[in-house]
Ligand binder design. Structure first.
Ligand SMILES: [Zn+2]
Length: 262
């Protein structure tokens, strides 16, 4: 996933996963003098939730001597997740928030000159997403996603998930053992109903059949390796509004911004 001279932009929300990843990457960076690490934190504008997490992230960056860049939805998109939630737009605020977060991190990473973007998805997140994509009828998303996402044309910064093989429980344990202070309350807008059902289902299976999450992860990787050539590269053009690469006239974020403005 990493090269010795990478400038890694790591997305740090202030939760256990991202602060653990930040700690691990900071240790690695110390051993590779030509590597560089920048933390990127996104302020979605969620009252009573994001402020605490941002503070924990800031504190961790200070302790580890890592530069932190904070970008906000307000400044980038002119709207916050709390405001979107109040608009009742027909989709959950989480669908907007996910698209905006990806765009915000991409922008910030490009601005600091990063060569890779690291996110803290763990084994549980990854296998939940595999099942979620199956149950949404979107198998190609399984093929195009995964622990390392690279655009062969170089239109996007490569995205890596260094914790993809670490069970969530072990990350919690690592965070406790290393005295990492993290935010534990959940987002007030969080109601990803199907994902929660899948999480409960997988945890139940894992209890009865230890190792089953790893098996599912390997299965998805085998599918990717086998089917990668069958998945055609999506033609990309420039978004007519923001210039970002997109298969359509407007990128997903700009379509959402138009819906919000309407
Ligand atoms: Zn756009």
């Amino acid at each position: 996933m990493l090269d010795y001279d990478d400038h890694v932009a790591v997305a740090v929300s202030g939760g256990k996963d991202s602060l653990t990843l930040l700690n691990v990457l900071a240790k690695l960076e110390d051993r590779f003098p030509r590597s560089h690490l920048t933390a990127i934190s996104v302020d979605e504008g969620i009252d009573g939730y994001r402020d605490e997490a941002l503070q924990l992230a800031r504190k961790a960056c200070h302790q580890l001597d890592v530069t932190q860049v904070v970008v906000s939805y307000r400044e980038l998109f002119g709207v916050t997740t709390d405001e979107i939630a109040r608009m009742k737009l027909g989709q959950t605020p989480c669908s907007f928030c996910g698209v905006f977060r990806r765009k915000a991190i991409n922008k910030a990473a490009a601005k600091v000159g990063a060569t890779k973007i690291a996110t803290a998805h763990n084994l549980d997140d990854e296998v939940q997403t595999v099942l979620l994509n199956m149950l949404h009828g979107d198998p190609m998303r399984i093929i195009r996603s995964g622990p390392v996402i690279r655009d062969p044309r170089g239109k996007f910064l490569p995205r890596i998930k260094p914790l993809c093989d670490i069970p969530e429980k072990e990350i919690v344990l690592y965070a406790y053992l290393n005295g990492i202070e993290f935010q534990s309350i959940e987002c007030p807008h969080g109601h990803a109903a199907l994902r929660n059902d899948i999480r409960a289902f997988l945890n139940q299976l894992e209890l009865k059949h230890p190792g089953i999450k790893f098996t599912l992860q390997r299965t998805a990787q085998r599918l990717r390796d086998t089917l990668a050539e069958a998945a055609p590269l999506i033609e990309l053009q420039q978004c007519q509004r923001c210039g970002d690469p997109t298969p359509h006239e407007l990128c997903e974020a700009c379509v959402m911004l138009e819906a919000i403005a309407a």
